[in-house]
Ligand binder design. Structure first.
Ligand code: UDP
Ligand code: MG
Length: 311
């Protein structure tokens, strides 16, 4: 029987964990596989770690990783992947938005000798219960990033997936500091089968993602997986040079032919504002890449573990 590791990043999830534990143990019972449940307490401000520790006393399969502060879900997933020992590894949210009931089906797909899948991912086909403006921006984001990046990002893909050991090891070889997992999972390749399901709302607690946080996360994704914005700013520069060259010729010709006095400081001001805006925008793009490079070169640890019961 193959061992399955379940990785659960938790940030302020004291209310959701009991629901999650009940659900996942029920599924584990049905599946008869060996399991380990790795809960990562990502610097929660509530009693999340106490709740997890209680379960770990009753149930030997429950492992915990206690971070020294909040390092973000990406860091929590990485820690879980690193310390997992299963032949298959699944990542799941603690809020039951990733239905554990899909696990048996996912495992069947991976174990079926007739197909060659290394990973079963899940994607939401609906965004029920989400503000419409957020869905609109999400859809726009996937359109833009897929145009800009060679790596295909799947619209609605969740972090919930079951992976083979081989794929997990490949992901662990990517040691970058700025981790954009949706892209990293695609980057390593392997065959992924996508299961589709309707969006489920969280059982308890509330989402940690504000619109602004999601927006910054989207920019991070673009910077991490595409250098197209840099090319776009160079092209914009060339374009503006050409336009200004043409305008110079027109103005000289007009003055020679009609002898117009050169009037028009309003248009001049508009042009200055416009062009300096474009310049700042392009500088900002370069700054984004530079700041990411800066963070990479520092080689700071991605997370710090304060306490764990994994030997
Ligand atoms: N999470 C985390 N660290 C964070 C933010 C979130 O470990 O800094 C966890 C959170 O506890 C949950 C999962 O990541 O298990 C997804 O978060 P959430 O449900 O808030 O996101 P949503 O489902 O709304 O996209
Ligand atoms: Mg959630």
């Amino acid at each position: 029987m193959k061992k399955i590791s379940i990785i659960v990043p938790c940030y302020n999830e004291e209310q959701a964990i009991p629901f999650f534990y009940d659900e996942i143990t029920k599924i584990a019972e049905e599946m008869k596989n060996n399991f380990e449940f790795i809960f990562i307490n990502d610097g929660s401000k509530d009693k999340t770690i106490e709740v997890i520790k209680q379960y770990s006393k009753k149930d030997k399969r429950v492992k915990y990783i206690h971070f020294s502060r909040n390092f973000g879900k990406e860091a929590a997933m990485l820690a879980g992947l690193k310390l997992s020992t299963g032949d298959y590894v699944a990542i799941m949210d603690a809020d039951l938005q990733d239905p554990p009931s899909l696990l048996p089906q996912m495992l069947n797909i991976l174990e079926d000798p007739n197909n060659d899948y290394d990973c079963v991912g899940t994607r939401r086909v609906t965004r029920k219960g989400e503000p419409p403006i957020r869905s609109l921006f999400a859809r726009m984001f996937y359109k833009i990033i897929n145009k800009m990046s060679k790596i295909e990002m799947v619209d609605g893909a969740r972090d919930y997936r079951l992976m083979s050991r081989q794929m997990v090891d490949s992901i662990l070889e990517l040691g970058e500091y700025n981790r954009y997992s949706k892209g990293l999972f695609q980057f390593v390749g392997y065959n992924t089968k996508w299961l589709e399901y309707e969006n489920v709302e969280r059982v308890a607690g509330e989402t940690k993602w504000s619109f602004w946080k999601l927006f910054l996360y989207a920019i991070e994704g673009i910077v991490a997986f595409s250098t197209a914005p840099l090319a776009i700013s160079s092209i914009a520069g060339i374009l503006f040079c050409i336009i200004s060259f043409i305008m110079i010729i027109i103005i000289i010709a007009k003055t020679i032919i009609f002898g117009d006095p050169t009037a028009g400081w309003p248009s001049l001001v508009c042009i200055i504002f416009f062009v300096s805006g474009i310049q700042l925008f392009c500088l900002g793009i370069i700054g984004q890449y530079l700041s990411k490079t800066y963070l990479e070169t520092k080689k700071r640890p991605i997370y710090i573990i304060k306490e764990t019961n994994i030997k």
